[in-house]
Design a protein around this ligand. Structure first.
Ligand SMILES: Nc1ncnc2c1ncn2[C@@H]1O[C@H](COP(=O)(O)OP(=O)(O)OP(=O)(O)O)[C@@H](O)[C@H]1O
Ligand SMILES: [Mg+2]
Length: 420
């Protein structure tokens, strides 16, 4: 590249789409992009002949060329520029063909509008990937030259080259996964809210039904099940694709717990589970991310409920605790989360359910460990919960006795103003 600015040739006939791309590129600071816009292929090729371009971003359907022909025409003129192809729909087949025929990457325009950073990523990767491909070509040349001179050395070089190619393929795959993950979490976030609205609406409609409206009741039940299933998937996606950035703020634990209890109230009533909560009104604020912590409590409450199919008692307690003695995660080691003498809020979620057999207790935080029937549990609840608590620099402990119930204890950080 001639200087630090990356020169982008944008070939795109729609002025609106061109603006979206220009805006997305203008947002980048490292590197900075300088965009030259051509609204048809012939003009783009002319610009290219003029020299000075680093990367090409092109729509496939243009007034003077359509589909993969556009790509072929550009490749016929240059084999050294990275090309990122823009499509208007998520057409996998076309994308694969485009990449096979020499594009470094492809992007769906609509995604760029919502997630401009996707474009920046794709551009960066395309340039990087192209640089690697160019180097490969040099290497291949070197391999051939060496073969003439010295057969054995050539074989070695060839092996190194194969390894390089394999590593590169893995890299490309990893990059793609990261981009998909980013996209998935963005979409999941937007789907979560409407799902919650539907769920709340169902809860609102239900008491309005008259006893003779059994069929309507049945429909509401089916709706709730479907929404709940979708919610579970979205939740899993969110937690796995990429943890959402943690927003720690001093907040009252009581409000978070109550908000989570609302979500399980029906299940508690349906199974005749008594609820006891002892959360002092004057409990000092805790450092937490409210959304994540609601998820923590929801996971714990659901586990407790599942463990009490015949009813029982769910107890939620919270109190300030002085950590006077060393224990799991409390002490002087670098890996300890709390120091002796720290003050924390200890929050317990206890049930009187089936309990966990001793030999299974060490496994409960392992992802996908579940004793539930397929469809009833995926085994992610506690592992996600632990990840979230770790993110809060807190501790989670679980104690259980088979047949007598389970107690999960969370140790959470007091907000600084609260005394630390
Ligand atoms: N309160 C509890 N009482 C009895 N067993 C429990 C309790 N909490 C967790 N377990 C056991 O630990 C396992 C793992 O729990 P986890 O929440 O991670 O997954 P899950 O509940 O099976 O599925 P998911 O939460 O993903 O729907 C459970 O299948 C269950 O065997
Ligand atoms: Mg669970």
């Amino acid at each position: 590249m001639t200087n630090d600015r990356v020169k982008v040739l944008l070939i795109e006939d729609s002025p609106e789409d061109a603006h979206v791309m220009q805006d997305a590129l203008a947002a980048a600071s490292e590197p900075q992009f300088e965009v030259t816009w051509a609204n048809r292929l012939s003009l783009g090729l002319e610009q290219l002949r003029g020299g000075g371009m680093d990367v090409i971003l092109t729509d496939l359907d243009l007034p003077d060329s359509r589909g993969l022909n556009t790509l072929a025409a550009i490749r016929a003129q240059t084999d050294r520029h990275p090309i990122v192809v823009l499509t208007s729909s998520d057409n996998d087949q076309l994308a694969i063909q485009a990449v096979q025929q020499g594009a470094q990457d492809y992007l769906v325009k609509g995604y760029v509008q919502v997630y401009p950073s996707l474009l920046l990523r794709a551009m960066g990767y395309a340039i990087e990937r192209n640089r690697m491909a160019q180097r490969e070509k040099e290497l291949t040349g070197a391999v051939a030259a060496a073969a003439l001179a010295e057969g054995q050395r050539a074989a070695e070089l060839d092996r190194a080259y194969q390894e390089l190619k394999q590593t590169q393929a893995l890299l490309v795959q990893a990059e793609k996964m990261a981009a998909v993950g980013q996209l998935a979490s963005g979409i999941a976030h937007e789907v979560k809210n409407p799902l919650n609205i539907i769920l709340q609406s169902i809860n609102y409609l239900e008491p309005e039904l008259k006893p003779e409206q059994a069929q309507q009741q049945e429909i509401l039940n089916v709706m709730r099940e479907a929404v709940t299933a979708a919610n579970t998937i979205i939740r899993g996606l969110l937690d796995f694709s990429k943890p959402t950035p943690l927003e720690l703020k001093p907040a009252p634990l009581r409000g978070v717990i109550e908000a989570s209890l609302v979500l399980v109230r029906k299940e508690l009533d349906a199974r005749g589970i008594r609820l006891a909560h002892e959360i002092p009104a004057d409990l000092p604020p805790v450092l937490l991310d409210e959304n994540q912590m609601k998820q923590v409590f929801l996971n714990l409450f659901l586990n407790a409920i599942h463990a009490m199919p015949q009813g029982g008692q769910l107890t939620v307690r919270a109190a300030v605790q002085d950590l006077a003695k060393p224990g799991d995660g409390v002490g002087k080691r670098a890996s300890d989360v709390f120091r002796i003498g720290d003050r924390a809020v200890a929050c317990e979620v206890a049930d009187t359910g089936t309990g966990i057999p001793k030999e299974l207790l060490p496994k409960v935080f392992t992802p996908f460990f579940t004793t539930k029937a397929p469809g009833e549990g995926v085994g992610l609840g506690l592992s996600i919960t632990k990840t979230l608590i770790d993110g809060h620099r807190g501790l989670i402990q679980i104690a259980s006795e088979e047949g007598r119930g389970t107690t999960v204890t969370l140790l959470l950080r007091l907000a600084p103003a609260g005394g630390r």
